[in-house]
Design a protein around this ligand. Structure first.
Ligand SMILES: Cc1cc2nc3c(=O)[nH]c(=O)nc-3n(C[C@H](O)[C@H](O)[C@H](O)COP(=O)(O)OP(=O)(O)OC[C@H]3O[C@@H](n4cnc5c(N)ncnc54)[C@H](O)[C@@H]3O)c2cc1C
Length: 429
């Protein structure tokens, strides 16, 4: 029997609150799922009463907060099973990347995880997944073998490229619109170490050094740049305290000497406030971005760009209270996957965004998006649509037009009553 929690319970607030604090779900009832049967029971409960369903693993990717209905929390379903011979892992829906990384490492394997090890592996992958090895290995979604999912009729279905190919295709990109995934088989790659880490330069200008440098790096190099206004506070390392610093994040798949040689071209730009790039085990890959681990209220927005001229970099110079981030895409991210899926916008060369602190959407988001329009593809990346920016209009931009049309057709087939509404929403026809 599924464990349910209602608003009169002491557990209600902690269970519904996730990483993103700018909003949170306020459902009528929470199903704290421990297995697939609990998720089936939750979906059946909602369908019988015409209630809507929201799902939360860690809360890193909250889109629309549910104001009623059913919330399924999957944090207790956090197992992972590695098959070293097949180089695959079966991942449960509430499993953070950190657990997958730890389970794969003893076998000399690694998943296509992203910046923050605390992010939910399954939801990240269903949303695309632009990871630390993305330019070499593509989207995490491109390496999925099978997805087990509870559909709107409360049935448990195994979707693979051969069995239920439409559902498999739609889940990889359309994510929560088509059901609640209860597990997923992903491929792992033979990676034990990276030449990786971060270097910090004082001020904004080093963004241009990164911009020039990435133009000639091989696919084995996946990197990004952030400009961070650090507070003058004791928890900030001394060299960064009170400064606006450029943070270059490096993940190189290849011999450490080659990685060192490549990154020395960046070091030649000038003195660093900190330089912590070295050969590291993949289990330490969280140090590359060093993302916050405590829950936070923030708003993020982004543009996908075809190119990154100096004027595009300059567009963020004056946004001194925001965190700027630019990731280089391209490489395997721009190639079609072996098994087709719904992930779109493979023509983008960069993802360029800002983060503002607090629950409000500050004017800088629209200002930057407008300034970047000349170089924008017009697309969005689903995984980077959070909170107020996870609108239906933006979700539509995450897909190529014909893909979006097919997703709407399949939404009409698999979820005609729009049970799975509280997600990055794709409406049925
Ligand atoms: C600090 C930080 C770093 C990040 N770094 C990266 C990165 O490097 N690369 C990248 O691609 N993305 C990155 N992201 C985005 C992240 O991948 C997405 O936000 C992802 O959806 C988070 O998944 P979650 O399970 O942790 O979050 P949740 O908020 O729990 O889930 C997000 C959404 O996924 C859907 N969902 C959750 N579980 C299921 C399920 N079982 N079945 C169907 N749908 C489900 C729901 O609609 C839910 O609202 C980052 C986000 C943060 C906050």
């Amino acid at each position: 029997m599924a464990h349910t929690i209602t608003a009169d319970s002491d557990q209600y607030d902690s269970e519904r609150t996730g990483f993103q604090l700018s909003a949170s779900h306020r459902p009528d009832v929470i199903f704290a799922a421990e297995n697939a049967a609990d998720i089936r029971a939750a979906v059946a409960h909602a369908a019988a009463r015409n209630l809507r369903v929201a799902v939360q693993a860690t809360g890193h990717g909250l889109a629309t907060a549910a104001d009623s209905g059913v919330l399924i929390t999957t944090g207790r379903m956090n197992g992972v099973r590695v098959d070293p011979a097949a180089a695959t892992a079966w991942v449960e829906p509430g499993t953070p990347w950190s657990k997958v990384i730890e389970a794969a490492a003893p076998h000399g394997l690694a998943p296509l995880s992203g910046a923050a090890p605390a992010v939910g592996a399954l939801s990240y992958t269903l949303g695309g997944g632009i990871g630390l090895m993305a330019r070499k290995h593509g989207y995490a979604a491109d390496q999925v073998r099978a997805i087990e999912v509870v559909t709107a009729d409360a049935e448990l279905v195994l979707a693979t490229p051969d069995k239920e190919p439409d559902l498999f295709w739609a889940l990889l990109g359309g994510r929560g619109n088509f059901g609640v995934a209860t597990g997923m088989e992903i491929a792992l790659v033979p990676v034990k170490t990276l030449y990786g880490g971060a270097m910090f330069f004082d001020g904004f200008d080093a963004v241009h050094a990164w911009r020039e440098w990435v133009a000639a790096v091989p696919e084995e190099m996946t990197s990004s740049v952030a400009v961070i206004p650090f507070p003058d506070a004791p928890f900030v390392p001394e060299p960064l305290r009170g400064r606006r610093a450029t943070h270059i994040r490096i993940a190189y798949l290849g011999p450490a000497e080659e990685g060192k040689h490549l990154t020395d071209q960046l070091r030649a730009y000038g003195p660093r406030l900190m330089d912590k790039v070295d050969e590291i085990p993949y289990t330490q890959s969280g140090v590359i971005h060093n993302d916050p681990t405590d829950p936070v209220a923030s708003q993020s927005s982004h543009s996908l760009l075809r190119e990154l001229p100096p004027q595009a970099v300059e567009a963020a110079r004056s946004l001194t209270t925001n965190i700027l981030e630019i990731r280089q895409l391209g490489g395997a991210l721009s190639r079609p996957p072996m098994t087709p899926n719904a992930i779109g916008n493979r023509d983008a060369a960069y993802i360029y965004g800002i983060v503002s602190r607090g629950p409000e959407v500050t004017p800088e988001h629209a200002q930057l998006e407008g300034a970047l329009r000349p170089w924008s593809t017009g697309g969005k990346a689903l995984n980077f649509l959070f909170a107020a920016h996870a609108t239906e209009e933006n979700v539509k931009k995450a897909f190529d037009p014909s893909t979006y049309d097919r997703l709407r057709d399949l939404k009409t087939t698999y979820d005609p009553t729009d049970l799975f509404h509280h997600t990055h929403h794709i409406p049925p026809r």
